[in-house]
Design a protein around this ligand. Structure first.
Ligand SMILES: [Zn+2]
Length: 270
């Protein structure tokens, strides 16, 4: 599943192709995505200058100067590529032709992704369900501490709760908690203000590393052949059950929380 670093990399990858452009035509080859593409609103985004491209959580938002926006989510297997090709690949569902002669192509094997057009001021309900991601200014220690100080949910499940904080995938959650020496089992109410600072700091550090790693694989990614997943970063604990902990002599444990695997060191994290 594309995680925040890949979505950010995709956004940065398509941005140069969309700047100062307008969409001249929308070709819908398959509209039944996770939510059917509302191409009845196409006229609002066609021949209108693109104002900017943003990322919010795992959504890419293209804003137009006329007060309309288009949101794109990559779902499980979606990807976007800018291309001049006229022959389409299997699973190329929506093709946006640009003034420049390039096209922005949405490809999605499993069709769990989505594209929706909406009035910018009305926003889009799935975007509104997302809490800030670690890079957002509002996601500071005050925010996190206040959101979790009464919670009896585990900090691991809190980090995966996109309503509280978005964009932290399962692998990154284990790594963030290892780097902060916090047990994934500790409850939200037992997480101190200082812990919140550490968690946010490590979240940004790890996601930045992954975005950087993504930068080096961008060309492959745009071949549309690569499988979306996690960018390769050096992992300390995830997937390393039974191996020696990088900071002590103990072995790394694996447990299941909310049906997701968690890896951690019982000695180093408490
Ligand atoms: Zn350890």
């Amino acid at each position: 599943m594309p995680e925040l670093p890949e979505v950010e990399t995709t956004k940065r990858g398509i941005e140069p192709y969309l700047e100062n452009q307008s969409i001249t035509n929308v070709l819908v080859r398959q509209k039944s995505l996770r939510i059917p593409f509302n191409d009845n609103l196409n006229k609002h985004i066609t021949n209108v200058k693109i104002k900017n491209i943003k990322r919010r959580a795992k959504y890419i938002v293209i804003n137009f100067v006329n007060g309309y926006s288009m949101v794109i989510h990559l779902g499980m297997t979606g990807n976007l590529r800018a291309s001049q090709q006229e022959k389409f690949l299997k699973h190329d569902h929506i093709v946006f032709s640009l003034e420049s002669g390039n096209s922005l192509i949405f490809n999605d094997v499993r069709r769990f992704g989505l594209i929706q057009i909406y009035k910018t001021k009305d926003s889009f309900y799935l975007l509104d369900n997302n809490g800030p991601d670690p890079f957002d200014k509002e996601a500071d220690a005050d925010y996190l501490f206040n959101r979790i100080k009464n919670s009896s949910a585990s900090i691991k499940s809190i980090l995966l709760n996109h309503k509280i904080i978005s964009g932290i995938g399962n692998i990154y959650a284990s790594e963030i908690l290892f780097n902060t020496n916090i047990s994934p089992l500790r409850m939200g109410k037992d997480i101190s203000y200082e812990d919140c600072e550490k968690i946010l700091h490590q979240s940004k550090l790890i996601l930045k590393k992954a975005i950087k790693a993504g930068g080096t694989t961008l060309n492959d990614y745009f071949n549309a052949e690569s499988k979306p997943g996690y960018f390769k970063i050096q992992l300390n604990v995830y997937g390393k059950e039974g191996e020696k902990c990088p900071s002590c002599e103990s072995k790394i444990s694996k447990i299941t929380q909310n049906n997701r695997s968690t890896y951690f060191c019982k000695e180093s994290q408490n």
